[in-house]
Design a protein around this ligand. Structure first.
Ligand code: 13P
Length: 344
């Protein structure tokens, strides 16, 4: 492991004004997204859609530091035969790869999941490195359902252990691990419950990272924000989300970690941007604080594109606009008035 090089990649991933595009939807998830816009989920349509984003010059060269790919995409070529990985590299962005293989039911813990994919991960990482991947992602999911005692310590500890095992294997393969323990916002819990569960999850995750000898300087954390569940009647203000999330992260994430890149987790596009912006306006943070959004970057371009060649320019404009808004938010320079000035 060359830690100086891992650190250099990690810092580039959270460079000022830049963040990550999570375009690593599994075939099942992208089908759900395409169903919404009435597009059939064929290999060619998935390629065309992602190629559209990767060819958005301004977004990719100015606002997007790296792209998380799904296994299918990292081996695909653009319509003109150029490997999609090359398109990303040529724009100055870094290719990355989702390496977890989804979730399974966790035995003995009804309703809880464990992320799988550690078997043969070392071999897979070597192949992905040769194909150009310089960072990877593994997502653990933790649900909140206080009435049924969820999450359990078993689920938190087992998922944190898997995250740390994955991260150690990545660093050994000279790949920067994005460590993503996601506390879901699907429930009816309030922001303080989310805060407490996320604190527990992050403390356990960093403990396991230490046990597995992961070098914090060569990783990126991808957490959820402290936020009320979608079904909660007590939604927190933008300022409360920002203040509580910053307090939470400061108490759990060592400053040796170069950067934190949030997931959007079901927030609306503009909410995800506003929250990131408010945190960076607070400032004084020991790590880069930016975005690694999937839905909050792609909902608008998906809608604008809707699978039609004639809409490629509109899809790219929508993607560029969201990328730019989040770039500004990563510097604390966004304001809602900029939302109406859509990119040409
Ligand atoms: P969302 O921003 O849509 O939550 O996706 C980010 C991600 O990579 C989830 O694993």
């Amino acid at each position: 492991m060359n830690l100086a090089d891992l650190n250099k990649i990690a810092r580039a991933m959270v460079a000022p004004g830049k963040g990550i595009l999570a375009a690593d939807e599994s075939s099942g998830t992208i089908k759900k997204r395409f169903d919404v816009i009435g597009v059939e989920s064929t290999e060619t349509n998935r390629r065309d859609y992602r190629e559209m984003m990767f060819r958005s010059k301004e977004a990719m060269s100015e606002y997007i530091s790296g792209v998380i790919l799904y296994d299918e995409t990292i081996w695909q070529n653009a319509a003109d035969g150029t490997p999609l990985v090359k398109l990303i590299e040529q724009s100055g962005s870094i290719p990355g790869i989702k390496v977890d293989e989804g979730t399974q039911k966790l035995p003995g813990c009804p309703g809880e999941l464990i992320t799988v994919g550690l078997d043969k991960l070392a071999e897979r990482l070597d192949k992905y490195y040769k194909q150009g991947a310089r960072f990877a992602k593994w997502r653990a999911v933790i649900d909140i359902d206080s009435a049924s005692g969820v999450p359990t310590h078993t689920a938190i500890m087992t998922n944190a252990h898997a995250l740390a095992r994955y991260a150690a294997l990545c660093q050994q393969a000279q790949i920067v691990p994005i460590v993503e323990p996601e506390v879901l916002m699907d429930g009816a819990h309030d922001i303080d419950t989310c805060y407490n569960v996320t604190e527990w999850v992050l403390k356990e995750t960093f403990q396991q990272l230490y046990f597995q000898r992961v070098a914090l300087e060569g990783m990126i954390l991808k957490p959820n924000m402290a936020i009320a569940g979608k079904k909660s009647s007590k939604q927190a203000s933008v300022q409360e989300v920002a203040e509580k999330t910053v307090k939470l992260l400061k108490s759990c994430v060592p400053s040796a970690v170069p950067g934190i890149a949030f997931l959007s987790g079901g927030q609306s596009d503009e909410e995800a941007t506003a929250h990131l912006d408010a945190m960076n306006k607070i400032g004084g943070l020991p790590w880069g604080l930016t975005f690694s959004y999937g839905r909050a970057l792609q909902a608008a371009p998906q809608k604008a594109w809707s699978g039609k060649v004639d809409n490629v320019a509109a899809g790219q404009a929508a993607f560029t606009h969201r990328a730019k808004m989040n770039s500004l938010a990563s510097k604390g320079e966004w304001s809602s008035s900029l939302e109406s000035k859509k990119a040409a």
